[in-house]
Design a binder for this molecule. Structure first.
Ligand code: SPV
Ligand code: MN
Length: 654
């Protein structure tokens, strides 16, 4: 269980402002007339105390309230250039920002949940006791804003009025962070009070980059106070560590869904997109994938793109599963993104019209952002996050530095993406989700697509994602379980989250049960009897996997039953591939959909071991694994370790 407002409120304790009166006195002493007038429109007392205590603690020279007006947006852009956090590029509206070489992703070992004594967090998460966090914040955040302007923004994580939308206050000295927030989130300065009242809560994020020197970077921390729904971030700049409206608040949303809104809501690391099926029908998908595993690309494949990273989900009165995107923009990885793989995104990035913040890419002499795999002949020099870069430049370990960091990103509004359906994305009613997908970076085990037999098996697909580390997490290595692709953002014990999933998907209120499926784009030739790490599939195949699920969700195709779920028939896929002008040889289908039973069994065994080490995991999970193992062992006994699709069909008919 998670208890809100338990233990000392670190921000209030350090800031020392405990009453509305004291807050107003502080504002009067520290803010100019315009800022005072702006703050006077906010009446939520708790929010005003958070703001007052942040000012008191961080001690800025000036305070700026961001109302979201065009003038304010422009102020932030200009401040960022003046401050040097961003530099402008020749393409109008484009800027570049660099993070320190040591901070090219989320710094996992310095990202900690603040906990009260005796409180449990996920075995996969790190935590710090409240008292220690209090001392740390006091040491590093008091006076951290001296000489700087503290910016305050009011945002909503979802369309105004949507059931699962939760507002948040962003308090930061970083113009890059506020600029990013302006692109990625809905400013609700004018509706903040109303939204906080509707949601019954709001999140607070307090950040300062401080000196932003490499020598101070070891002291950087991201603290998330689960009890007070407040984040503290210091001495860092990478958006994943600083723009805590994103993953910091996503973590709080996961907590609220798990402990306070069970059965009615979920907060997921999922894209949301619509596919247009036969007769023009729209079928909406929500899909999870770990960072750096093709989530943005998958989302873009839809005809009605809504979001590429996060989903706030609930069961509506009509019995459908509904989802809204808490964001309105993309903070997307650019590596291997090119006109062939991501045409809509490339158009928005390479043609004038969009406001774009590039980060950790290479900037050539003529001011063009470049990255590994962008489809053009690579340049030989430029400026990147290590400063001057030339082909063959080595790092301190003698390893070549790539021109762009593998976690280099672009930040832009969804409005510039051709297939973004803004009307639907802004609808507080959300979209009805018919298909839920889970995927990971799995080179040798699972087929490209398979469908769960029932909600319990679906929850187990989510629980069973295995994925290779990517550059989004600093220092992460190896293949590891990444349950629901949400594991880095699940604060409490995994068993609690898992139970909330079982309860949600089996809820009698959810009368329109979504299809739940697994996806895997990363099978290699080497794992299927060929040679090397080359992938069997291509990015454009994603359209076929989603297209097949679209048909399946409407009962327009049948499927082959296997112990792990249903898989597509060759003929149906061949037709869908023809639709993207690609031949789909039966030999490729056989490679992709034959079962390498030993791999699947080994995977189940490893997952069982992981979950046996978690307390209070529902027996249902182990029952599903046991059922799948039994089926797979029977297949193996009859056909051997590699089972062809023909054999799967034969086994299913017996
Ligand atoms: C991810 O890593 O999943 C992201 C970027 O979406 S970050 O903000 O770093 O979380
Ligand atoms: Mn993400």
């Amino acid at each position: 269980m998670l208890e809100l407002k338990k233990g000392i409120d670190i921000l209030a304790e350090i800031g020392g402002i405990k009453t509305a009166d004291a807050a107003h006195k502080l504002f009067a002493a520290r803010c100019d007339a315009e800022t005072l007038a702006r703050l006077s429109k906010i009446t939520n007392q708790e929010a005003l105390l958070k703001i007052a205590n942040s000012i008191s603690m961080m001690n800025p020279d000036a305070v700026f309230v961001n109302t979201g007006s065009e003038a304010d947006l422009q102020w932030v852009r200009e401040y960022s250039l003046a401050k040097g956090e961003e530099k402008s590029l020749p393409m109008p509206g484009h800027t570049v920002h660099f993070d320190l070489p040591a901070e090219q992703g989320r710094v996992v070992d310095k990202t900690l949940y603040i906990v009260n004594p005796g409180e449990e967090v996920s075995v996969l998460a790190r935590s710090i006791l409240r008292d220690e966090a209090f001392e740390y914040v006091k040491k590093f955040m008091v006076d951290i804003a001296k000489g700087k302007t503290l910016m305050i923004g009011f945002f909503n994580r979802g369309p105004v009025g949507a059931q699962a939308a939760i507002p948040a206050v962003e308090i930061t000295t970083s113009s890059y962070v506020m600029h990013s927030a302006n692109i990625l989130y809905r400013n609700v300065y004018a509706q903040f009070d109303q939204e906080a009242a509707r949601a019954g809560t709001f999140f607070t994020n307090v950040h300062s980059e401080g000196t932003n020197r490499p020598e101070d970077f070891p002291n950087m921390r991201v603290f998330m106070d689960r009890s007070w729904l407040t984040t503290f971030s210091m001495l860092c700049t990478y958006a994943g560590n600083t723009l805590l409206l994103k993953k910091g608040n996503h973590r709080f949303a996961v907590d609220l869904s798990t402990y306070y809104r069970r059965e009615s809501e979920l907060s997921e690391h999922m894209f949301i997109t619509g596919m247009t099926g036969p007769g023009g029908r729209k079928t909406y998908f929500a899909g999870a994938a770990p960072s750096g595993c093709g989530k943005t690309t998958t989302a873009m494949v839809g005809s009605d793109f809504i979001g590429d990273d996060l989903a706030q989900i609930w069961i509506a009165a009509d019995g459908t599963m509904r989802a809204v995107n808490p964001e309105i923009g993309i903070f997307g990885i650019v590596q291997d993104m090119n006109r062939e793989s991501d045409p809509y995104l490339m158009k928005a990035l390479r043609e004038p019209g969009a406001e774009v913040i590039w980060s950790n890419v290479l900037i050539t002499e003529d001011g063009t952002p470049r990255w590994v795999g962008d489809g053009d002949p690579p340049p030989t020099r430029g400026i990147n996050y290590t400063g001057e870069w030339w082909e063959g430049k080595l790092d301190e370990n003698g390893k070549p530095i790539p021109m762009s960091n593998p976690n280099a990103r672009c930040t832009l509004s969804n409005m510039h993406i051709e297939n973004y359906n803004a009307t639907v994305a802004q609808d507080p009613a959300g979209v009805p989700i018919s298909v839920v997908t889970y995927s990971g970076r799995d080179s040798d085990t699972m087929p490209p697509v398979w469908v769960a037999k029932n909600p319990d098996h679906g929850v187990v697909i989510g629980a069973s994602i295995f994925s290779a580390a990517t550059a989004t997490e600093v220092g992460a290595k190896g293949v590891r379980p990444q349950p629901w692709a949400n594991e880095p953002f699940i604060p409490g014990p995994l068993a609690d989250y898992m139970e909330a999933q079982f309860v949600f998907f089996n809820s009698p209120k959810l009368t329109h049960k979504p299809v739940i499926a697994g996806l895997n784009y990363f099978l290699t030739h080497g794992a299927r009897g060929g040679e090397g790490n080359k992938l069997l599939g291509e990015k454009r195949d994603v359209k076929v996997w989603l297209g097949w699920l679209e048909l399946y969700a409407h009962g327009d195709v049948s499927a082959i039953e296997t112990p792990i779920g249903y898989i597509p028939r060759y003929e149906d896929l061949r037709k869908l591939f023809a639709g993207i002008n690609k031949e789909y040889p039966k030999s490729l289908y056989d490679k992709q959909f034959s079962f390498y039973v030993d791999n699947i069994l080994a995977r189940i065994a490893r997952l069982e071991e992981v979950y046996r080490n978690e307390k209070n995991v529902l027996p249902r999970l182990f029952e599903v694994y046991a059922e799948q193992r039994q089926g797979l062992e029977a297949l193996k006994a009859k056909y051997g370790s590699i089972v062809s699709v023909e054999q799967l069909i034969e086994a299913a008919s017996n």
